[in-house]
Design a protein around this ligand. Structure first.
Ligand code: PMP
Length: 404
């Protein structure tokens, strides 16, 4: 273990982090379980990327079959990319029916910003405080979590940050920012802010924000990288839970179940503005193997009714966590929807950062993986692969009780 850590330090950029005080060397995954090199099984309560389960056989099979047949790019005709786009857009409300495929959530958000700029000929963007949208230069500018954090240089003049809302009336903050801009490009937000601490936005907030942004000529971008594909249980997309329809939807993480796929879906009008003569091409975006995998993931989500499953198991877990809250002063709030859950820990009304750290490590030592998030890293973050069962939820609850 020590030699691996030393080799990482020598060979890889030093600002990669490693989870847990005692790092894990994972060598195998199967559905909601991970295995270390000694064969110890860990219950995965954290990795949302393996959405339909680590190494789901149907996804592996689809990738393998396509890798043996062909892997090439979007400059040739192929059925799979169209079947995938057809199936993906059928999960979204009209007029969201034009797809672009790329290779990561960052690339997808980056492209979303290009689409927004092409459509509005403007630059000013509004973002929520503590948001994270990706690792590119532009997206660090749009991510207060990064540019306001260690090593950050603050936002550039075209980025306007509004506080996380506590009630619908907080949409007024967006209206006020719009008043300070000459021309608005748009508003970008996760439909349920994750890095900010697994937050469910107040009902009515996005409706008012979207109205104000559109009235000012801007476009509304929903970052569904963490929240899409049925995770929140009640709806397939988290924006649907507020009754809004974005102009651009950004997808990543779960849609490839670990294979790098990002996607942007927008309206014909915005796609038309972007089609200005300059070709759009991504060497790997929309490649044949990625599309076969992406299609298989979507089929599994739908065929295995994972959204309904996330609602049932997630509600059971949330109820169990609220029961724990009654007996543990450390738990200030339990929130979330489906298998998108946050447990905020405080002590004497201050963020219980140290306690959160110790609990997550105690859980890891008891073979259950969860994480922390939020500006003070005091929110336990639970967002397991979707096959997570009722028994897994009960096991997590008993172990968490002991850790607390
Ligand atoms: N948006 C959100 C909400 C994310 O959580 C992330 C990744 N954590 C990204 C975008 C960037 O995705 P990627 O790491 O695949 O580039």
């Amino acid at each position: 273990m020590k030699s691996l850590i030393e080799a990482r330090k020598r060979l890889l950029g030093r600002n990669l982090s490693i989870a847990y005080d005692v790092p894990l060397k994972i060598v195998r995954g199967s559905m909601q379980y991970l295995y270390d090199e000694d064969g110890r099984q860990y219950l995965d309560g954290y990795n949302n990327v393996a959405h339909v389960g680590h190494c789901h056989p149907k996804v592996v099979e689809a990738g393998l079959r396509q890798m043996q047949a062909l892997n090439t790019n979007t400059r040739y005709l192929h059925d799979t990319i169209l079947n995938y786009a057809e199936r993906l857009t059928s999960t979204l409300p009209d007029p969201l029916n034009v797809c672009y495929f790329v290779n990561s959530g960052s690339e997808a958000n980056e492209l979303a910003v290009r689409l927004a700029r092409a459509h509005t000929n403007a630059r000013d963007m509004i973002v929520l405080d503590h948001a994270y949208h990706g690792n590119t230069t532009t997206l660090i500018d749009l991510s207060p979590y990064k540019h306001d954090g260690p090593g950050g240089n603050g936002p550039p003049s075209w980025v306007h940050k509004v506080p996380l809302p506590r009630m619908a009336d907080d949409a007024q903050n967006v209206v006020e920012v719009i008043g300070t801009t000459q021309k608005l490009c748009g508003f970008i937000a996760e439909s349920m802010p994750s890095v900010a601490g697994q937050i469910v936005l107040p009902q009515g907030y996005l409706n008012r924000v979207y109205d104000a942004v559109r009235a000012a000529g801007g476009v509304c971008i929903a970052d569904e990288v963490q929240t899409g594909y049925g995770r929140i249980g009640t709806h397939f997309w988290a924006f649907e839970s507020y009754g809004v329809v974005p102009d651009i939807v950004v997808l990543g993480k779960p849609i490839g179940n670990g294979h790098p796929i990002g996607a942007v879906i927008t309206t014909p009008a915005i796609a038309g503005s972007f089609d200005n003569g300059m070709e759009f091409f991504s060497t790997f975006g929309g490649n044949t193997v990625s599309c076969a995998i992406g299609l298989a993931v979507l089929e599994v989500v739908q065929d295995e009714n994972l959204q309904a499953h996330a609602l049932a198991v997630g509600t059971h877990l949330l109820n169990g966590l609220r029961e724990l809250q009654k007996h543990h002063d450390l738990i200030a709030d339990v929130r979330g929807s489906g298998l998108f859950i946050g447990v905020e820990l405080t002590k004497d009304d201050a963020p219980a950062t140290e306690e959160a750290h110790r609990i997550v490590n105690a859980m890891r030592n008891n073979a259950i993986l969860i994480g922390t998030d939020g500006p003070s890293h005091n929110v336990l973050k639970i967002r397991p692969p979707m096959p997570f069962t009722m028994n897994d939820a009960d096991h997590l609850l008993t172990t968490l009780q002991k850790a607390l």
